[in-house]
Design a protein around this ligand. Sequence first.
Ligand SMILES: Nc1ncnc2c1ncn2[C@@H]1O[C@H](COP(=O)(O)OP(=O)(O)OP(=O)(O)O)[C@@H](O)[C@H]1O
Length: 320
Amino acid sequence: MDAIEVEGLKRRYAAESGAGGEGFEAVRGISFSVREGEIFALLGTNGAGKTSTVEVLEGLARPSGGTVRVLGFDPYGERAFVRARTGVMLQEGGFPSELTVGETATMWAGVTSEARPPGEALELVGLGGRGGVRVKQLSGGEKRRLDLALALIGRPEVLFLDEPTTGMDPEGRRDTAELVRALRAEGTTVLLTTHYLEEAEQLADRLAIMQAGRIVASGTPEQVVAERPSRITFRLPAGVRAERLPLSVPAAVDGRAVTVRTYELQQALTELLLWARESGITLEGLQAKSASLEEAFLEIAQAGNRLGRDDQQLMTGVGA
Ligand SMILES: Nc1ncnc2c1ncn2[C@@H]1O[C@H](COP(=O)(O)OP(=O)(O)OP(=O)(O)O)[C@@H](O)[C@H]1O
């Protein structure tokens, strides 16, 4: 059994009363699963539907279509079976700001079964020395650390992290990544959302990219990146015409700047270099690199935007 199973999930928000209309479908039938002990990242542009999805998995909202299972249970209808075994870090923690960090952790531990000692949870997130500080005096990044400590207090089997590192400095992000890896090593299943693509690329075993309520790419970071072409860039020397480039290499030329996008990086690069040597040409500023997750993401997002515009044109008849 997978730790998290999502099948055809839909989530629709009702229209504001008096506003008319049918409301808004933020999640439009998505399916994915997260294996036990796996780190899974849900990515997507603002408004793609990540939080709307995670809230259903956390049992905070009922799906308007499809099914979800967490540890084999329906997190909304069978909340009692799931709650104690999951940890949730929401985008906005919203804890009483007058309490100190230590009091907050102690209070939280008090309502959690088999809780970690509060000091241990604070230590895990690097807030060990900050127990006496009032929550309202914490920096944004420290608040996120506290939210994470509270999510960990019940030794969850499944951990939901909604943008856990937003507002953290690079050190905080690195520490959090290390902590998440350590939790995985203990067998914890982690589902996280993030806008830091490098973080997702390094941390996630598998990921899904959402766009306008749908999953548009998924797999291991390597698989998602491999679906995107690599890129070779260079400048032609003055006086060398682009027509002389080898035809087998698909090049886009802008003045002297040449960009080659290819799924066969080694082959294209070899042909180019052989051609340059035979022609006695220096390829200025030559660079060759595989796509990164960030590039893959941006390309998917741009394609989605174009699609969105086309949809709109179809609907309005503009450009028909
Ligand atoms: N309570 C609500 N009522 C109506 N629409 C909502 C509500 N909550 C969210 N939405 C809409 O649903 C869509 C998805 O929102 P969601 O918060 O799930 O996106 P997200 O991918 O988490 O975005 P972000 O990266 O900005 O956090 C957005 O268009 C948002 O405006």
